[in-house]
Design a protein around this ligand. Structure first.
Ligand code: TPP
Ligand code: MG
Length: 276
């Protein structure tokens, strides 16, 4: 288990330092496009990716607009993500997708088109055609789109090898879930006869719920906490930092990995910024 947790932390810490750097570059206006930071939400994609890596599974991955950590967790090129945020042709979406529509052809990561939840029917259709392991990430608000429910129903009917991940940060821009609906995503999936759970973003809790991944459809509604504004670099009021919580609770010293990743991220950014 410690090996798994170390892998999760290595990834999480890389993602956090990456986002810290993006935050600075948005604030000093080196990055001029709308940016959707995933800080606070890193442990979800990092846990899933570390779990699947142990099993040498390489799924097709469909992501949403807040996808930097997902892209990095599944080991897509950080250099190409930096270039994309800087609007360069060498970016992962050729400088045209920006933060919201990142992709990796090498790692089978399909970028988002901007229509909330559209990635879910697209992922289900792709999985239906290929019958290969597929993950689709969505936010708690995107999950409310009607076509998402219909797609989950089809995945259930056809018993597809797909994992639905709801990154539930409780917010649709600034509107809380309790203002938007009186139902729960895991219960909706269960009504479609899909195995589904409502869990926290503790890496051990996540791995404990992945036993049946890709054997049949599975939905995890994972409660998490977004650190920054919906878009851009700023904080609203008090914030509980999941990364600090993770560092305190892990059963090993995280200081060294944390420092190594901080240095790695800074060196990466420096080398790309020199190109401007
Ligand atoms: C169909 C559609 N409706 C509204 C929007 C505007 N919009 C963009 S992101 C967003 C909120 C997304 O919330 P969620 O899916 O929970 O993801 P989060 O931003 O919380 O990570 C909204 C309303 C959109 N892009 N597409
Ligand atoms: Mg949300």
């Amino acid at each position: 288990m410690n090996n798994y947790l170390e892998k999760v932390f290595e990834k999480t810490s890389f993602c956090r330092h990456f986002e810290n750097y993006v935050y600075k570059k948005v604030q000093d206006k080196t990055i001029k496009i709308p940016v959707y930071l995933s800080s606070g939400q890193e442990s979800t994609p990092c846990s899933i990716s570390a779990f699947l890596k142990e099993k040498t599974l390489e799924p097709n991955i469909f992501i949403q607009h807040r996808g930097h950590s997902t892209y990095l967790a599944f080991e897509a090129s950080p250099e190409k993500l930096i270039d994309e945020l800087l609007g360069l042709k060498t970016g992962c979406a050729f400088g045209m997708g920006g933060s919201a529509s990142i992709q990796s052809i090498e790692k089978n990561i399909y970028g988002h088109d901007g229509l909330m939840g559209s990635q879910v029917p697209i992922a289900v259709g792709h999985c239906y055609q290929t019958k290969s392991p597929t993950i689709v990430f969505m936010g708690d608000a995107s999950a409310e789109e009607d076509y998402v429910g219909a797609a989950i129903g089809w995945a259930s009917t056809k018993n597809l090898p797909i994992l639905f991940v709801v990154e539930d940060n409780n917010l649709s821009i600034l509107t809380e879930k309790k203002m938007r609906r009186n139902w729960h995503m895991h219960e909706l999936a269960q009504a479609y006869k899909v195995e589904a759970y409502d869990i926290g973003d503790d890496p051990t809790e996540i791995s404990n719920h992945l036993t049946n991944v890709f054997k049949k459809p599975l939905l995890l509604n994972i409660r998490t906490i977004r650190k920054y504004w919906h878009s851009g670099a700023g904080i609203d009021g008090d914030y509980f930092d999941r990364y600090e919580w993770l560092k305190e609770t892990l059963p090993f010293d995280t200081t060294k990995i944390d420092q190594i990743n901080k240095n790695k991220v800074e060196a990466l950014w420096q080398s790309r910024l020199e190109k401007l």
